[in-house]
Design a binder for this molecule. Structure first.
Ligand code: ADP
Length: 400
């Protein structure tokens, strides 16, 4: 094998996904995940070439740094035949702030800006920084070939009238307070896939991409570019999420602090970790369980209905930005890809826009991409998220 491969590190707060990918042929050689499950750590690596799975469980939760070191140790001991051909490392970085608008080769200046952007993504950027630091130390020969690929980058085409908040302009000028959005890497991926599915050039494509997972966001894409997105300065704004509140009247926060005498920290925790469908149902943030209880538990039903209603409202709202041409809506993310029940509920409210679901097609399907609309309807696609492929491609072109 004489290939140029890319190692992708996709670091979240509760799981670390990694892949070794051929960025030109878009083939993944290995995919792996390290997950923290209560007091244990599980590591799974799947080798696509040999079809072999490696599963390890450790009865401890090491520090985040130790987990990244574990990945490099496993790769260099068991997957050296791939690692030896890796020419660059692509890091998913959730927030690139005001200045990092495209994939960047990581140097001290980029590291500093990622660190500065941590205030807007405190649950993500600090983990990316640990992963980058360990990569630089463990893979010395690739020291100058680490690339940061930003989730916020795809949204830098959003015009000012959409990315500004209606607060005094100086807060944008002096403090960079504006909408940045999130999930941009996957919104870009589904846009590329949709262009292939519809056989239409990306720069002529008008779609609405719904990334529905434990964090959810919707993006309006006109001529292949993001023109609005539901997440804001941070990933708290927009849709009802697993544990995040999404859009609320900001006065609720004053009320909680001034009248209910809650501390700022408590309000922050409430809105990020205890709200969303978990807060409404008082049961769980897991949509599978809420679906199972839909017909037997009133609040499970209410939470799902609230979630779906807000998604439908955003899609309808974004249809007004499409310059009269809406090619498709896309469902992606854990819920968007797997829940035919939720997709049906969302699309039911979109008949005015001429979207209709074909119930025979809206079923469990293992394909990476499939459509679920009737013949008379505009296109509705389900596209499996694949951030790592975009990260590998962007890393490769950045290093070229
Ligand atoms: P993350 O934002 O952490 O990447 P995912 O995109 O993996 O999240 O989505 C996780 C969510 O997807 C969870 O709430 C889970 O309940 C939901 N989910 C996964 N499979 C299904 C399914 N078959 N039906 C409904 N929800 C599902």
């Amino acid at each position: 094998m004489k290939k140029k491969l890319i190692l992708v590190l996709n670091c979240g707060s509760s799981s670390i996904k990694f892949s070794i990918i051929d960025p030109v042929k878009c083939i993944a050689y290995i995919d792996g995940i390290v997950e923290l499950i209560q007091s244990t750590t599980s590591l799974m690596v799947y080798d696509h070439i040999t079809d072999k799975k490696l599963l390890n469980k450790f009865n401890e939760v090491g520090s985040y740094k130790k987990l990244i070191i574990l990945i490099f140790d496993i790769l260099s001991s068991k997957y050296k035949n791939y690692l030896d051909f890796v020419i660059g490392i692509g890091h998913r970085v959730v927030h690139g702030g005001q200045y990092l608008k495209k994939p960047m080769i990581i140097n001290d200046d980029v590291l500093l800006k990622v660190q500065e952007s941590s205030i807007f993504a405190p649950l993500h950027n600090p983990f990316h920084l640990i992963a980058i630091t360990v990569s630089l130390q463990k893979m010395l020969k690739l020291k100058n070939n680490n690339v940061a690929v930003f989730d916020t980058a795809f949204h830098h085409t959003i015009p000012k009238e959409s990315f500004l908040y209606a607060i005094p302009y100086r807060f944008y000028k002096n403090h960079s307070i504006r909408r940045y959005g999130a999930h941009g890497i996957n919104h870009l991926y589904v846009t590329q896939q949709c262009s292939l599915l519809l056989k239409k050039p990306i720069n002529q494509l008008n779609i609405i991409s719904c990334h529905l997972g434990s964090g959810s966001s919707i993006t309006a894409i006109v001529n292949g570019k993001s023109v609005d997105t539901s997440m804001g300065l941070t990933p708290l704004e927009g849709l009802v999420m697993g544990t995040r509140c999404g859009d609320i009247d900001p006065y609720i926060i004053f009320y909680m602090i001034q009248q209910l005498k809650m501390s700022v920290t408590d309000v922050q925790k409430l809105l990020t970790k205890e709200s969303g469908v978990l807060g409404i149902s008082s049961i769980t943030s897991d949509f599978r369980e809420l679906e199972n209880r839909y017909y037997v538990d009133k609040r499970a039903k209410l939470s799902i209905n609230m979630f779906c209603r807000r998604v439908s409202k955003y899609i309808s709202g974004y249809s007004s930005l499409m310059c009269g041409k809406l090619d498709a809506i896309i469902f992606t993310g854990g819920i968007g890809e797997n829940s035919s029940f939720i997709r049906k509920k969302i699309v039911k409210k979109l008949s005015l826009l001429n979207f209709f679901i074909d119930i025979k097609k809206n079923i469990k399907n293992n394909k990476t991409n499939f459509f679920i609309n009737t013949i008379d309807s505009r296109s509705i696609f389900v596209i499996r998220a694949n951030e790592n492929q975009v990260i590998a491609q962007e890393t490769y072109s950045c290093l070229q």
